[in-house]
Design a protein around this ligand. Structure first.
Ligand SMILES: [Zn+2]
Length: 385
């Protein structure tokens, strides 16, 4: 797996943005390496920037100074994508750049249509749906005296959740082996440990109930983890998807890498289970569809709950200019509104975008033979027709 820079991502600035008379650029760029080469997405970015500049230039409501700010921000985005950005496993790049200094770069694990939106606030619709519908993984690092928990989601976003410190002044106690051997002191330490583990469990359970994470990964020394596991609420135990053995001073990046591995295999298993259920249960009972045509039909009537597709799946098709009707068959006019149908050499990102706008869960998978034989795309439905 390609390594990504892990850094604490705080999205509140974007999600709770207070609109003012400053403008914000929201730039989406499809960079999925199975679909586009770097030179292709750079060309796309350039043409989007040219188009946006044209629109801004001709907008009489925007002042000259403000236009200049926007042009500079567009230049900054272009420079970033040209010089610094490497797609690796990223499917879509999202950059927020505001006149007031807002600068946020997000690497998204789903394909999205490339576009630039310039508004008094960040364009967050797709991001919010992704946040709502993505699984969050809590990573709890635990030692005898201290612990911390953070969550990982949408591939690389991390949210710091809590830190815990035991009242045991460990270094003083453990330094003296003679004192350590004294049963009295030992039992006092064990009692403190008992309280510490108990309070870590309580707070972690609270965080779980607050929806801060869906699944849990434990990290800590090999002798500590089994001890702590005894304190873990049965609820949390059932949500635990793996353990990482690590010394307390293990590099942060080591734990993160291991956590990503655990998450990766857990997600593959979950996705394969979903596909099996789609074939064996949902589809035979009318709660699921398979293949591009059935998926498009269900999407057009907002029937889809979860959409699942192979990462490499591409499909050419036609989309109506005005009502967004979609089809893979060549037609002259939209059967609904008589408008022109526009040809796209790939409509899969359009399907994903529509699905996100309808608040669907979007899942991609790679190389599931069953799904690929059935057309590489399928969906679980919210209701039957
Ligand atoms: Zn139409």
């Amino acid at each position: 797996m390609a390594k990504q820079k892990n850094k604490l991502m705080d999205l509140s600035e974007v999600l709770n943005y207070k609109p003012s008379n400053h403008l914000v650029i929201s730039m989406y760029l499809l960079v999925d390496s199975t679909r586009v080469l770097k030179k292709d997405y750079l060309t796309k970015l350039n043409s989007m920037i040219t188009e946006s500049k044209g629109n801004i230039e001709s907008d009489l409501k925007i002042e000259k100074a403000q236009k200049k700010n926007i042009y500079n921000l567009l230049k900054k985005i272009k420079k970033y994508v040209n010089d610094k950005f490497m797609a690796n496993s990223t499917r879509a790049l999202l950059i927020y750049a505001g006149e007031d200094g807002l600068w946020k770069v997000l690497r998204l694990p789903v394909i999205l249509r490339s576009k630039i939106v310039i508004d008094p606030k960040p364009h967050t619709q797709s991001l919010r749906t992704l946040l709502e519908n993505s699984k969050k993984y809590g990573v709890l690092l635990i030692d005898r005296e201290k612990a911390q928990i953070y969550s990982i989601y949408i591939g690389e976003i991390e949210e710091y959740l809590a830190a815990f410190i035991s009242e045991v002044p460990s270094k003083v106690n453990f330094r003296s082996q003679a004192a350590f051997r004294e049963k009295k002191i030992l039992s006092r330490i064990e009692e403190k440990l008992h309280h510490f583990f108990k309070s870590v469990n309580d707070r972690t359970l609270e965080l779980f109930r607050e929806g801060k994470f869906d699944n849990l990964i434990l990290a800590g020394r090999k002798d500590i983890l089994p001890q702590f596991a005894n304190y873990l609420h049965s609820y949390l135990q059932s949500k635990c998807i793996g353990s990482i053995y690590a010394e307390p001073d293990s590099l942060e990046s080591f734990v993160k890498e291991k956590a990503q591995e655990i998450i990766g295999s857990f997600e593959i298993e979950t996705k394969n289970n979903l596909i099996n259920k789609l074939f064996d249960e949902y589809n035979p009972n009318g709660w699921g569809v398979l293949g591009i045509e059935a998926v498009i039909s269900s999407l057009l009537v907002e029937q889809i709950r979860t959409i699942i597709y192979d990462r490499c799946f591409k499909q050419e098709g036609y989309i109506c200019n005005s009502c967004k009707y979609m089809t893979i068959k060549s037609k002259d006019r939209c059967p609904y509104c008589e408008s022109d149908l526009i040809y796209y050499n790939d409509i899969v990102d359009e399907i994903v975008e529509d699905a996100l706008n309808q608040n669907c869960e979007v899942i991609d998978i790679e190389g599931n033979e069953k799904l690929n034989e059935a057309g590489s795309i399928g969906a679980v439905l919210r209701y039957k027709l």
